[in-house]
Design a binder for this molecule. Sequence first.
Ligand SMILES: [Zn+2]
Length: 660
Amino acid sequence: MLSFSNFNTKHFKRPRTARAIACLQLSLSLLLPSSIVQAQQSADAQQQLSTDWQHLVVRKGDNLSTLFSRAGLSAQDVLKISNATSETRTFVRMIPGETLSLLVADKQIQEIKYWISASTYIHIIKPSQGEGFEVTQRKQTSVIDQQTASSLEIEAARVIKEHRELIDINDFSAVERTIIEVTQADKIDSVFSKAGLSAKDVANIISTSTDKDYFKQMQNGDNFNFLIVDNQLLQLEYSNSDSKVAFTRDANQLDLYTSSAFSLTASETAKKSTDNAIQSLINSASTTADNWIYYNVQAGDNLSTIFIRAGLSHTDVHYVDKATAQDSIFQRMQIGQKLAFLIRAGELIKVKYIINPLKSVLITRLDKTAYQYQKMERSPVAKQVVVAGQIKNSLYIDALNAGLSSNLTMNFAKVFSWDVDFSQDLQAGDQFQVVYEQLTLDGSKIKDGNILAAQFKTGGQNLIGIFYRDSQGGVGFYTPDGRSMRKAFLRMPVEFARISSKFNPRRRHPISNKIRAHKGVDYAAKRGTPIMASGNGKIIFRGRKNGYGNTVVIQHGSQINTLYAHMSRFNKDFKVGSRVQQGQVIGYVGSTGAATGSHLHYEFRVNGIHKNPLTVKLKKATSLPSSELAQFKQVAAKVLSKLNLNSGQTIASKDPNANI
Ligand SMILES: [Zn+2]
């Protein structure tokens, strides 16, 4: 016996993804069935008024006001009808292609028929006695005459063609089912309304099952399983304790559904169908009826929860899990990843696990119990992007304005961190330019790649760094003539900080108010800003040090050490004796010890003597070995042609007529 307690009864949010485009084959019988037109033949008193009726087709963007104004009615009328229908919310969601029939006499609205499906309308009528309007839902009968009907058909066809498109499920990247379990008070309307569907949707489904009336005896625990995409109901499965009925929207027509019912015993039999039957489902060629249904991985999901949400069984989970266990394919599912299923007649045929835009796994069923999988990988296309700008405020802001991400801006600053102190050396008018790689897939950006070249013009200096991967796989930035951009030390151990106090042998101390040498540089920065080791070395002190507060001292080679004070906390990855690389975070800015505010106090000692970190002579850059130079020059020439901040020079030196 198939148990429905497995169904997830949560009410999932409906996806509202991009518009689907599909070719529309319009069936006018949907909108204005022949029965409406034929009703005219059995004339009664009401129908003789038919000439006074106005028929308006709802267009995209229409609401009661726009429709009424088209009919020559006043804002007062809009208000009256809005009030009358505020409870039923009749006009809250009008759909292009619907028809509003209005009967007006003595400039007063007498009656409105709002056609929400082929055979159903909302009837709004002035009662014979009393105020206001009565709102009811009715079936059939019409006052639309043959001539009006055919002109409406043409208008409706146009409107529908323009504004209402069939959803193609394949155009959607994420589709969830909405599952609602019936509770005591539920009627079909309330269930549909919980699913965010309209009375029109109810009417469409009811009219598909007129002979059966499946929803007559709804009971606690009955299950509605909706597939709704962009407000369109594509499929509904309704099941109770002993039967199940599925309504599927026609592939080519809006509002038209077909139903198929089966008892659960029959479906169980189908589940236990012979290997041959499953095999033929697996082997059958894909048809338009094949839909991939996509599910987003949500918090707390695992393979089972998603399979159950897709209406699959624990047996399905078991075999798929077994087939993929070797590579632990589903061990690290993450929120936002997607799982897609191809199911034919209740049998799982294929599963697609989309790990990211580049990586996915396709699992294909071979027979009743066996699955095989293949990992699929796509390579992004790298394109080169050039961004240039000028300093007006700060590198960070101006680079962002020029279109560089904050990550690329940081990396840009790092290329020049041995030459430029971006907190100090910047001047308005300085120019920067970056050539970087952008990785794209099908024309859309996946992520930024490496900086290939960076240029910074400041104070008469023209600094250029070129990215190069040498024959050993080592990477780095080099000047155009092949010297490394890396010097022995970073100019500043915190990014984008402000110097609040310079190296000064005769400074009045802000706390003691005595003349006391300031043996380092203070960088004011927000508490928690990462502090980097300014060069490769070994941590020789890490702890509290009187007025210095939390302090790290790094020994670099035999002669130099650097000191970092007032830290709020240390990087726990390191201890005394740890080796650190240049740029690695050793701690975070704070105000421990004798500090007036949150800042880094940074000292640079050569052979035990304090030096000014801002002016100390830095070790000379190393050059590429001659074995690499030829290759490097080729790379450099290519990328340098993209940097055009040199154009000034080119014009000055290369004009053949310059001597005239
Ligand atoms: Zn200081």
